[in-house]
Design a protein. Structure first.
Length: 434
């Protein structure tokens, strides 16, 4: 069922004779191809990917005939990437060859290199490594290929198998994901490396930094004022998501004399009738939000998801305040901090990382006030400073500090006078204009 044997019998079998049997690859160049490595593994891999294998006994020749009829779907808008009204609507599909065609339509570069690998002893999954030969750093390309070739597992059925090789035990994701050929072309031009996996409509992006998650695809083509505004809002949401709850609890519990009487009185009035301490209120609210999120993500039906959202909203809303568990002001502050995470990124691994960091800073503030908050923040920054995605510092362009890269991060590329590629990627060709 994987190969179109009827088409072979109808159009090709009659055209094969003694005169052309040794050079069918020249007779039908787009369909027939001689097999170089003749092993059981290579032949089974060809068959299970939808090809026909033709053996010529007398000549000791094997032909791969590309007449697959594997079920396919047409390219549609990527569900992983935020919608860009000014960009293309085609997204990656499950066929790796069609994905390569979509990328090459966007990027017509002769020096686009494609390294083909096969991973998984049983699944024999095709994996392609894409990079531009005169831009991407050779050390990054070598490390990616070395790590992929060392993978020794039975099956490669999801993207996490590949991502784990570069992330290991890191709290933060050290690889990016995208399903947009247009975004992939932009990353390749910057000097990044793309990994495509057959049967998976998502590409892995390497190397990345924390700035990768705060940049949306439409910022590169938007006016400068829009890009600056969105970037400032994103970093404000990042601060609010991770740090604000810790500062809030430390200020209320340990340093209330630094706050105005009006603010303190407002908080006390809204907290009147609550039965648990402030810290317990906030932790309890965060747990409720996590329960709601996990219930929503693990429910397959969209109609049931809507019921969960409505019921959860009513439960966490007015009823929770009326029950005396949570003050309305504390509920609003906690909700804003929790929702700010989703304004920064849609990467699920990073969202969980933010939740863990928020909890660490919150507990430190509960135990030791602002001193505990500052100590925990220092340890988090030191941990992130020692993280590398391949050879790129995770905190770049902020550490090591690169003013030009920060300017490029806040402005579209056309608004920057010196159009150079990020130094943190160590590209061979450093200028966009070259």
């Amino acid at each position: 069922d994987l190969a179109n044997i009827n088409e072979f019998n109808k159009y090709y079998i009659k055209k094969i004779n003694k005169n052309n049997i040794t050079n069918l690859d020249n007779e039908f160049p787009s369909t027939f191809e001689k097999v170089g490595e003749i092993t059981i593994n290579s032949i089974s891999n060809l068959i299970f990917t939808g090809n026909i294998v033709l053996e010529i006994d007398d000549e000791n020749i094997l032909y791969k005939i590309s007449l697959s009829k594997v079920p396919e779907r047409s390219p549609s808008e990527s569900l992983l990437d935020p919608a860009n009204v000014y960009g293309s609507r085609d997204g990656l599909v499950e066929d790796i060859n069609k994905n390569l065609s979509l990328i090459q339509r966007k990027l017509k570069a002769d020096n686009l290199k494609i390294e083909e690998l096969v991973i998984g002893e049983r699944t024999k999954t095709s994996v392609d490594v894409l990079y531009i030969d005169d831009i991407a750093a050779k050390k990054n390309v070598k490390e990616v290929i070395d790590k992929l070739t060392k993978i020794n597992i039975a099956s490669t059925l999801n993207i996490n198998t590949i991502a784990y090789q570069f992330t290991k035990k890191s709290l933060f994701p050290l690889v990016g994901e995208t399903g947009s050929p247009e975004t992939i072309a932009n990353y390749l031009l910057k000097g990044k490396i793309i990994i495509l996996i057959d049967q998976i409509p998502i590409a892995v992006v390497l190397p990345i930094s924390i700035d990768y998650f705060t940049t949306s695809s439409d910022e590169t083509t938007s006016p400068a004022f829009y890009t600056i505004y969105m970037k400032l809002v994103t970093y404000f949401l990042l601060f609010f998501s991770i740090f604000f709850l810790g500062i809030y609890v430390a200020a209320i519990n340990y340093h209330s004399n630094t706050l105005s009487l009006i603010l303190i009185s407002e908080i006390k009035v809204t907290a009147r009738g609550t039965t648990i301490p402030l810290a317990a209120e906030i932790i309890f609210t965060l747990i409720l939000f996590e329960i709601l999120k996990m219930s929503n993500t693990k429910t397959p039906s969209s109609s049931i998801q809507n019921v969960i959202v409505i019921v959860g909203g009513l439960l966490i809303g007015q009823n929770t305040v009326n029950s005396g568990f949570i003050g309305s002001f504390n509920l609003i502050i906690t909700a804003i901090c929790y929702l700010s995470t989703f304004g920064v990124t849609n990467n699920q691994h990073l969202i969980i990382s933010f939740s863990i960091l928020r909890l660490i800073l919150l507990i430190s503030s509960i135990l030791m006030g602002l001193y505990g908050f500052l100590i925990a923040t220092m340890f988090v920054i030191m941990y992130m400073k020692n993280l590398y995605s391949l050879h790129t510092p995770y905190l770049s362009p902020f550490s090591p500090l690169s003013p030009h890269e920060i300017l490029q991060s806040f402005l579209p590329i056309d608004a920057v006078k010196k159009k150079s590629r990020p130094k943190s990627l160590d590209p061979i060709d450093k200028d966009y204009g070259a």
